[in-house]
Design a protein around this ligand. Structure first.
Ligand code: ASP
Length: 618
């Protein structure tokens, strides 16, 4: 085989006159049958134009070149010269071409179902299912090659940073134990132990904590996590995390180490200097933005106007404020009225747009979104104007109203009104066209570290407590006593306990989450009790953890970054499948290998498993 001397992205005008050999795929060809054939030869590194000129000694080569088709794999040997047809400034090799003196067809390709072209004719990529089925063709696209390269570089920067800071890379098992940690698990039957099952890890959480008990001190793993949840645009059932844990630290130490990582990563990946990252308490996030991962690239803050409208006799406000009136401020069940002032909304948010808002907020449990406009002469107009008239002065002062504003009101319990306002705020921002471009496209990178989350929240459907981060998260240091002393029936106190958790948020997206961990068995047992596990269940599921905590567990804390999401930011895509070499569809299918797929009855028998699935009759 003619082995390459250069890649297809390497030659410049300084190589003119040299004899070189290139290997690659036929990306495109022109001039078949004309006596002068041009081929753009492609490999991972770029494209080089190759010319088959049919000069006397090279007639046979021209004949072979005439038969070349898309995606054939070839080797060419020839001389580099300045492009006779003029420079192509779009290519890094655009100044030169190679005149082929020897051609070896390494492998013919069948006519591909689509060409690996980022800008195909008609401007649209083939549909994603076809691209996933022929993933190897799709991955040949220069953009996908760039993504694979970006991913690999980010892996290296990550390892370099954490190795420089004394982290040990340690692998943990994929065949793990089924534990109730939050998400639905993938199960694997055991052949050796009939009727017993492994689970694939949702994260290596307990292993990394136990590694701290084992003295590992600083742990890193770039690991796969498995959660059998319904996929969303930025989620996959199988995804990659940068998983970290540190011993003898408190919250601020971890957060500082991670801030350093974010700074290094953005500098090395895109030359961006991340400024010091603001810490934002969870409560501030919820109050101002209605969400624990606020997008602070635009303003549109939410305002609690419960006190201002307390005297109003507008029924919707009155009914809301009557809810849980004996509960403390910020309690999830206490009634509130929230307002969003939209400067310039009176003109931009047309009836057609705002008509949909009531339906939209109903999706988050709210009854509706009341609205009022401030006209050019500063009077309330439309919507609930007549109800608000008596409170005009107070509302103008509280919200800083100006002519041309539109104001939306959400009146309900704290949890519903806050959530609905937070979602509506984001929708309004999209409708107003004020959401900046993603950072990768030149928009701002806006980082936040959110702290002081509640430890627990109530599951809407079951009414049971669930851990807001996960059950191994410690209360914030100053809350530990209140937590240990709280009665499990004292809902108001339990809801008010603040955890030592933290999230890193980028442009309204959570990119990392972690916490200081519980290293005291009694505190851990109390969390399990609150979450509804009986002592026997806690023992059965977590005895290994509770036991390890008894043998000298150091104070420890950690975090995990969603690696795929980081890459999505660097390459500017909102589709997680773009940044994974072999992703799965929304229903967990691998369209290339056709997994999942049936297995033989014998395989099931070996595993002591019987399927209850009956295929529907067609
Ligand atoms: N294991 C957690 C998660 O996957 C992250 C952490 O607390 O370190 O979300």
């Amino acid at each position: 085989m003619l082995r390459r001397s250069h890649t297809c992205g390497e030659l410049r005008d300084s190589s003119v006159g040299q004899t070189v050999t290139l290997n690659g795929w036929v990306h495109s060809y022109r001039g078949h049958g004309t006596g002068l054939v041009f081929v753009d030869l492609r490999d991972r590194f770029g494209l080089t134009q190759v010319v088959f000129d049919g000069e006397d000694s090279r007639k046979a080569i021209l004949d072979a070149a005439d038969k070349l088709r898309h995606e054939d794999v070839i080797a060419v040997k020839g001389k580099v010269r300045i492009r006779t047809g003029g420079e192509n400034p779009k290519l890094i090799t655009g100044k030169i071409e190679v005149v082929c003196e020897e051609l070896e067809v390494l492998n013919k390709a069948e006519t591909p179902p689509f060409l690996p072209d980022d800008n195909p004719q008609g401007g649209k990529l083939p549909n994603e299912e076809l691209r996933l089925e022929y993933r190897y063709l799709d991955l040949r696209r220069p953009k996908m090659q760039h993504i694979l390269g970006t991913r690999a570089k980010a892996l290296k920067v990550t390892r370099d940073y954490f190795y420089d800071n004394g982290f040990l890379e340690i692998e943990t098992p994929i065949l793990y134990k089924s534990t109730p940690e939050g998400a639905r698990e993938f199960l694997v039957p055991s052949r050796h132990q009939p009727g017993e099952w492994y689970a694939l890890p949702q994260s290596p959480q307990l292993f990394k904590q136990i590694l701290m008990v084992a003295g590992a001190d600083r742990y890193l793993q770039i690991c796969r996590c498995f959660r059998d949840e319904d996929p969303r645009a930025d989620r996959q059932a199988e995804f990659t995390q940068i998983d970290l844990e540190m011993s003898f630290v408190r919250r601020e130490h971890v957060v500082e180490m991670m801030e350093g990582f974010v700074r290094r990563l953005w500098k090395d990946m895109c030359g961006y200097d991340v400024p010091p990252i603001k810490r934002m308490p969870y409560r501030e996030a919820m109050e101002d933005y209605g969400i624990d991962r606020p997008d602070t690239r635009y303003d549109l803050k939410i305002k609690d106007i419960s006190e201002v409208v307390a005297k109003s006799d507008f029924g919707v406000f009155k009914d809301a404020l009557a809810k849980g009136a004996d509960r403390p401020r910020f309690n999830s069940q206490r009634g509130v009225v929230k307002a969003i002032r939209v400067p310039g909304g009176a003109e931009k948010l047309t009836r057609k747009i705002t008509d949909g808002y009531t339906e939209f907020v109903k999706g988050f449990g709210a009854g509706g979104a009341a609205m009022v406009k401030v006209n050019a002469s500063g009077a309330f107009e439309t919507g609930i104007a007549k109800f608000l008239e008596p409170l005009k002065a107070e509302l103008f002062a509280a919200l800083g109203l100006q002519p041309g504003d539109t104001v939306f009101f959400l009146a309900d319990t704290y949890s519903i009104a806050t959530k609905a306002a937070g979602e509506l705020r984001q929708k309004i921002a999209r409708d107003m066209g004020i959401v900046p471009k993603p950072g990768a496209e030149g928009g701002p990178w806006n980082f936040l570290i959110v702290v002081d989350f509640p430890m627990f929240e109530k599951n809407k459907d079951t009414g049971k407590w669930i851990a807001m981060h996960h059950p191994f998260t410690a209360p914030r240091d100053d809350q530990a006593e209140a937590f240990v002393n709280a009665s499990v029936d004292d809902d108001v106190t339990i809801e008010s306990i603040v955890s030592a958790g933290y999230d890193i948020v980028l442009n309204g997206q959570e990119i990392a989450g972690g916490s200081v961990r519980i290293h005291d068995g009694a505190v851990q047992s109390k969390v399990f009790q609150l979450l509804g596990l009986t002592p026997q269940q806690a023992e059965e599921k977590f005895s290994f953890l509770l036991k390890a905590l008894k043998f000298g567990a150091p104070p420890h804390a950690g975090i995990a970054f969603g690696f795929d999401r980081l890459i999505m930011n660097f390459v500017g895509t909102d589709n997680i499948r773009d940044v994974i070499a072999f992703p799965k569809t929304q229903t967990g299918a691998d369209l290339m290998t056709k997994a999942p797929s049936p297995v033989t009855p014998q395989q099931l028998k070996d595993l002591h498993v019987a399927s209850t699935w009956v295929a529907p009759k067609v």
